[in-house]
Design a binder for this molecule. Structure first.
Ligand SMILES: C[S@@+](CC[C@H](N)C(=O)[O-])C[C@H]1O[C@@H](n2cnc3c(N)ncnc32)[C@H](O)[C@@H]1O
Length: 220
């Protein structure tokens, strides 16, 4: 079976043809500086099983390992930041779940290889929690979740503050997309142009990066 195509019906219904690794790598090489920056945020609005996000995470984790491997706590902190920077949406639930699982395994393999039996359950739980939140089973066209009770897609922005704390601010995806296009302003600019700065729909007190799953347990 061609691993880039699951069924011809899914190709017809959802355009599901996954991108082969050599193309993923070549495309990410075009933005290599960003893909290597631990906290640069990537959103893939039709993420499939995560081919692009997995490669970005591998690149970021290599940087984390190079810089911080001598301190396990530093490695954990920045590995969690790397995971928190990745966002995906897929309309097919099995793809969203496979994407989360593949990202988790990418993190877990790197983490376990470095620290073996010194690895922490709390760190794995933070990563699992972030992937549950950041990888959304949703429709990137309607900008809503998919299911019995569709809701606007809301993404959490995670920023490291005061050393080990993560500050979460939630943003409604439709506001970011619509406001930016209505005002014809870019969301990002390296050239010093005016950019659209969205307003969060909710802010949370900072939480230790190893306590995310516990602090937001009611969402899981
Ligand atoms: C061409 S595949 C690309 C997958 C992945 N980005 C890759 O390159 O391997 C398109 C993906 O978009 C998803 N998809 C189709 N319509 C979508 C929509 N309206 N919102 C979110 N995802 C959608 C499909 O389920 C499929 O996984």
């Amino acid at each position: 079976m061609n691993p880039l195509i699951k069924t011809t019906q899914r190709v017809a219904d959802y355009g599901e043809v996954l991108t082969p690794p050599h193309i993923v790598k070549a495309m990410l090489d075009l933005v290599a500086q960003e893909a290597d920056r631990i906290d640069s945020r990537f959103l893939e609005p039709a993420c499939g099983t995560g081919n692009f996000l997995i490669e970005v995470l591998q690149r970021k984790l290599r940087v984390v390992e190079k810089r911080y491997r001598r301190s396990q706590l530093d490695y954990e902190r920045y590995a969690v930041v790397a995971v928190s920077s990745l966002y995906g949406i897929d309309i097919l639930e099995d793809n969203a779940e496979e994407c989360r699982q593949c990202l988790y395994e990418t993190f877990d393999a790197a983490y376990t290889a470095l620290y073996g039996d010194k690895t922490k359950t709390a760190c794995r739980e933070s990563v699992r929690y972030l992937l549950k939140r950041n990888i959304v089973h949703g429709d990137a066209l309607s900008l809503q979740t998919v299911g019995e009770n569709p809701q606007p897609i809301v993404f959490g922005e995670w920023s490291l503050v005061n050393g080990s704390l993560l500050k979460r601010r939630d943003f409604a995806f439709h506001e970011m997309v619509q406001q930016a296009s209505m005002r014809e302003l870019p969301l990002f600019s390296d050239l010093g142009e005016e950019v659209f700065i969205p307003e969060p729909v909710k802010e949370y007190p900072p939480v230790h990066f190893l306590e995310l799953a516990h602090a937001f347990a009611d969402e899981l």
